[in-house]
Design a protein around this ligand. Sequence first.
Ligand code: SIN
Length: 278
Amino acid sequence: MTLATTLSVRTTGGCGAEIEGVDAARASDAEIDLIRETVFQRGVAFLHDQKMTPEEQIAFARRIGPIVVNRYFPKSERYPEIAKVEKTAEQTTNIGGGWHTDHSYDEAPAMGSVLLAIQTPPSGGDTLFADMYAAYDALSDGLKDTLSRLKAHHASAHVFGEGSVYAKTDQAVLAGHKDVPEAIHPVVITHPDSGRKVLYVNPAFTTGIVGWTREESLALLGFLYTHAVKPQFVHRFQWRPGSMAIWDNRCTWHQAMNDYHGHHRLMHRITLDGVKLS
Ligand code: SIN
């Protein structure tokens, strides 16, 4: 895919696409359209060497979609729209270190995120992205038919509530919240922008299949979770300061690697608002 400018889109293995030749802070309307379309079709767009002030990141994100403020992440001092995804040299727990898709516990889950690398460790700190279009497409027709009739519970309390997983770590600032929404979504959704079918459950926030026992739910979800991260569906993205990923939560999972103890990693994340899924 190319525009009349020098901009080019190169599919990255497993998931996503890298866009070269775009200055996101000064992008034309046609370039923004192409970034949005890449995100909707490939799940995530990767850009490098972006020089952006916080104001420019906010303005860019607004051109991709409306912003929603994450309830739990620490905010950047002057910009509530920007969440700080940070692990200091002293901390041992990172944020987003397990496979997940953001805000699936909301009735209208976040559409996506715009994550900008501010400080990266000398090595490590990559993010894995998995393609839930491809994971769904690779299932048998029989299982697709069964999944098409199922709904799943999604919850936030066990991750961000009182006594939740983060509470026992050095990222405890993320825990202890009373505002802990839950939602029910179809296990297979139709992506609101691409119209394609997507597998929409995730290991962090999906707590069970509606009408099934916990044991039954764990068996099915366990199979789907193993299937969904087969190497052919996953891309590993290496950051450097100025790298940016714009991802679509409806058709991807992501996981931040925690393999750089003793070094500081700081990312600025803006979350984009979404719609109810069906
Ligand atoms: C996140 O889950 O938003 C964090 C991703 C990352 O830090 O790479």
